[in-house]
Design a protein around this ligand. Sequence first.
Ligand SMILES: Nc1nc2c(ncn2[C@@H]2O[C@H](COP(=O)(O)OP(=O)(O)OP(=O)(O)O)[C@@H](O)[C@H]2O)c(=O)[nH]1
Length: 414
Amino acid sequence: MTSTPNGPVRTNSQTGSMANAGEVLVRTKILLLGLRRSGKTSIQQVLFNNLPPKECFYLDATMRIVKHTYDTVIPLEIWDCPGNTTVESLGAPLSQFATLIFVIDIRDLYNQPISKLVEFIMAAYHQNPNLNLEVFVHKAERLHEDDKIENFRQINERVTDRLLDESPEYEQLPLNFHLTSIHDHSLHDAFSQVLHKLIDSLPYLEDLLNVFCTNSQSPKAFLFDARSRLYVATDASPVDSATHNLCCDNLAMLNSFGALYKSVSASPARHRFPSTATPPPSAASTTPVTPLSMSSNLDSEKQSESTDSRTPSPLSSPPAPPVSKPLSAPDTNLGQARKTPKEKFYSSAATSLHPATPGTTLTYHMITPELVLLALLPTPVFEGKRGLIDYNVVFFREGVQEICSVEKEARMAV
Ligand SMILES: Nc1nc2c(ncn2[C@@H]2O[C@H](COP(=O)(O)OP(=O)(O)OP(=O)(O)O)[C@@H](O)[C@H]2O)c(=O)[nH]1
């Protein structure tokens, strides 16, 4: 798929499903393949249906192709295929797909799965050279570290050798291997990387995160899809797995217990301000984002009305949140989108990670109903410059919302 200043252009790898009456939402398709019991359905269910990993044990065998839809920054359609699916029995040309994920059980005998994978890679080479080819070497947690690395290396080597045996032209195909397991964070990390290749607006989201980090003194920030806990973008600093895992766990905790931490200000009576009045000066200060507190909740009716004339155009240049004014005079009324009575309220939370001075705080801000911003902040910055942080979140939110609406618009066909 290519991008234009007006957003993504549809290609073969996307097909439509009915959205509103007369409208078709164009979805990006992902093909999930692998032998029987390799773990395909478990991957789909754990990521997109919140199934606890332990319950995957009871999943039925997949007898026919099941198409799952999922909406995040881009709308996805994931095809969970039975173990005996072949290029011929797939029932759709590979040109329809953006990504092929092939799942191999790390403890299986490799001959059969590798033959099948090679068969699909060769077909993809002819039908859709742009197809992203991803191999999940799955159930990795079952092996000790050394065996895990050795088996991973062997699979990688054998696939490459088999492809070279078929024809040297297959050497140039970019194959990506990931070690995954539903029982740790490796699956989320791997699938996030798969997702990044499908998001055309990724550079704009990354720019917004870079600007947020610079202006908020944040060493690391992620834009997560809240439900699946896949990160759709992060800033330019490298991702270290400890920080990623911490953010994933924090998000899981907030997803599970968030509703328990509603503050007083979440009561419906305090959701709206009189139509002509500005928010009362105390409005923001009544919703302190204290460790493990949730401030405000979601007013879904107002969701679509949250952008205003100040909305920057993120597709041309990312917004640059002003720094000097909030730094010198934090204005807490700017935070949490309390600008006009039309706007909705957004959840936010913060967790102190290690209380020793200077300490680090992990903040959570809802950006759209699907997306949340998780950012690490030095605790003195979080405590001393709340106005600045809130102000920067507002600009970040507006940028992301505009990108999402452009994506959505581009994918709607009448
Ligand atoms: N240890 C371990 N077991 C897993 C993992 N992922 C899946 N499993 C188990 O593997 C078994 C098969 O999982 P499924 O998701 O049904 O596999 P599938 O590929 O969809 O199988 P078919 O529907 O028959 O094609 C289940 O018992 C899962 O609990 C993993 O990461 N680690």
